[in-house]
Design a protein around this ligand. Structure first.
Ligand code: GLU
Length: 214
C-alpha cells in the first residue's frame, strides 16, 4: 500500500505531483509514475523504477505538460518492480493509479483476453484500466465506464482515473483503502491519507466520486 495523488490544478502539475509523492515517501515504494492531461487534452505518462529522483530525472529530460494529473508510488503486490508494471496504467483514453489489490483480477484478465485485449503488464491494476478502456471503446462515457468498471471489482482499493480529452475530470474511488479529497480555489486534490477519509456511505461498499474543477 503506497501513495496516490491527484490534482486538478491551475499550474503545471507534474512538479506538484512529484512533490506531493515525496510527502508519501515514508510509506515505502519500489517505483513511481505520473500521468497528465495537457492543454490540448492529450493524456501522457512517465514512469520510473526506484527512487522518486529517477522519476524527476525522467521528467527533466522528457517533460509532461498540463494542469491536471495523477501520481503514484507503488509497492508491488502483483508483478515485479519494473517500469512496465509501474503505474499509471493506460488503456486508450484511460489512465489509472491504484493502491491495494484487485482480488478477482485473474477472472477479469481472462475475460479481457477472450475479448482480444492483451495486457502489457503482470499487475492486477492494469485490468482496471483495460476494462475501463474496453467499456469506452464500446461507447460508454468516461463516467459510465468508471462506474461499470468499479462494479466489477472485488478487493480493497483506492483508485484514481484520468481520461484523455477530459482535463477537468478525475474519478476517484475507494473501498477499504484510504483516500481523501481536498477542495481549493479552482483546484481539487486527491491523496492517500488515512486521517481525513470520509467513511463509505451506508449500504454502499464503494465510495466513489467524480471530481471536477470547482
Ligand atoms: N496491486 C498493485 C500493484 O501491484 C498496487 C500496489 C500498491 O498498492 O502500490 O501494482
Amino acid at each position: 500500500m503506497c501513495g496516490i495523488i491527484g490534482i486538478l490544478g491551475r499550474h503545471e502539475v507534474s512538479p506538484q505531483l512529484v512533490d506531493a509523492l515525496k510527502r508519501l515517501e515514508y510509506r515505502g515504494y519500489d517505483s513511481a509514475g505520473v500521468a497528465t492531461i495537457d492543454e490540448a487534452g492529450r493524456l501522457d505518462r512517465r514512469r520510473a523504477v526506484g527512487k522518486l529522483a529517477n522519476l524527476s530525472d525522467r521528467l527533466v529530460h522528457d517533460p509532461l505538460r498540463g494542469h491536471t494529473g495523477i501520481g503514484h508510488t507503488r509497492w508491488a503486490t502483483h508483478g515485479a518492480a519494473t517500469e512496465e508494471n509501474a503505474h499509471p496504467h493506460r488503456s486508450g483514453p484511460v489512465a489509472v493509479v491504484h493502491n491495494g489489490i484487485i482480488e478477482n483480477f485473474r477472472e477479469l484478465r481472462e475475460e479481457l483476453i477472450a475479448n482480444g485485449i492483451q495486457p502489457q503488464s503482470q499487475t492486477d491494476t492494469e485490468t482496471v484500466a483495460l476494462l475501463a478502456g474496453h467499456f469506452m471503446e464500446q461507447g460508454m462515457t468516461a463516467r459510465e465506464a468508471a462506474r461499470a468498471t468499479l462494479a466489477r471489482l472485488k478487493g480493497a482499493f483506492a483508485l484514481a482515473f484520468l481520461f484523455e480529452g477530459e482535463g477537468d475530470l478525475m474519478i476517484a474511488a475507494r473501498k477499504g483503502s484510504p483516500l481523501a479529497i481536498g477542495h481549493g480555489e479552482g483546484e481539487m486534490f486527491l491523496g492517500s491519507d488515512a486521517w481525513r477519509c470520509r467513511p463509505s456511505p451506508t449500504g454502499s461498499p464503494i465510495w466513489r466520486m467524480a471530481i471536477t474543477r470547482s
